[in-house]
Design a protein around this ligand. Structure first.
Ligand SMILES: C[S@@+](CC[C@H](N)C(=O)[O-])C[C@H]1O[C@@H](n2cnc3c(N)ncnc32)[C@H](O)[C@@H]1O
Length: 289
């Protein structure tokens, strides 16, 4: 197994352990629900919850949900019905099996479920991992298993044209190492290209929202720039130190992220579309005529 894959898997497995700990305690669960409502770091959770809630209300029954590239699973999806997963990594698949009704090995472009099976398909932090030449067939496959009128909800990592990405690209070697290889983001595209790709496939937009990323949540800058970039750009050092101090505990980090929320949401609204580092999308599969 490559070092990149190993370190990614380790981080995702640690994430699952945290999610399970939160889910196991009523107190932590309600604290986490509050955090999801207000923190700048939880925009995607709010978006996913909003659209699933709306769709479940429309249907008036529990939903059949497929979480593609599910990793260890997102426990809150189960609030809306029965969740199944597709996951290529065996360790993560076993972790997700503890929570989901079924988890099959597969890829976004190879889903072994019959056509028109699911009310909702989620793809959270996965599309950036799919190479460009496999993206269209992945979209077609995910929409194949959706029922007509069903919704696709995605959190899609993007190749941003914002200040941080422009800075990072001044060192192409480090950009490749820390923005692409380490995160496994081999298929990053600009936000407008991503949206166009989905709409070309026939997907009907319900809501498409950018996440700007100029004022990133605590920890984000350290994750991307807390390495050789600091030697290249000395001015990053105090910023990274501040971010490190704030992120020293989950509580201080999340308090800051909650305070950051209004300005971060404002930036999402006023920044040029391709400045965004991620796109939150909800598309509908058209009803058959
Ligand atoms: C960043 S993790 C996100 C996991 C999970 N969706 C979450 O939000 O916690 C990316 C996941 O995508 C999976 N993956 C990578 N390439 C994939 C592909 N072509 N099809 C489906 N899943 C893929 C990886 O194994 C990994 O579990």
């Amino acid at each position: 197994m490559s070092t990149v894959k190993q370190s990614n898997e380790k981080a995702w497995v640690e994430h699952i352990a945290l999610r399970e700990r939160i889910n196991g305690s009523a107190f932590l669960r309600s604290l986490n629900d509050l955090r999801i409502k207000v923190s700048a770091s939880c925009k995607r959770d709010r978006f996913i919850l909003k659209h699933l809630k709306q769709h479940a209300r429309e249907k008036g029954r529990p939903l059949q949900i497929l979480d593609v590239g599910c990793g260890g699973g997102r426990l809150y999806l189960k609030r809306f019905g029965e969740v199944r997963g597709i996951e290529p990594d065996e360790t993560l698949r076993q972790a997700a099996l503890r929570h989901y009704a079924e988890v099959k090995s597969g890829l976004a472009n190879q889903i072994s479920y019959p056509s028109d099976t699911f009310d909702a398909v989620t793809l959270i932090d996965v599309f950036g991992h799919i190479e460009a030449d496999l993206k269209d067939e992945s979209i077609a496959e995910m929409f194949r298993v959706l029922r007509p009128g069903g919704i696709f909800i995605g959190f899609i990592e993007c190749n941003a044209e914002n200040f941080w990405y422009r800075t990072a690209k001044r060192r192409p070697d480090l950009f490749q190492k820390y923005f692409i290889d380490r995160l496994g983001h081999f298929g990053l595209e600009r936000a407008t290209d991503t949206d166009a790709r989905f709409q070309r496939s026939g997907a009907k937009p319900v809501e498409v929202l950018p996440i700007d990323g100029f004022f990133p949540a605590v920890g984000y800058l350290n994750c991307l720039f807390g390495n050789e970039y600091q030697q290249e750009f000395q001015w990053l050092k105090p910023l990274l130190l501040g971010s490190k101090i704030l992120g020293a505990t989950m509580v201080t980090g999340e308090v800051f992220n909650c305070l950051l929320s209004p300005v971060s949401s404002l930036m999402d609204r006023i920044s040029p579309p391709n400045h965004c580092t991620a796109l939150m999308v909800c598309y509908r599969k058209p009803e058959r005529r």
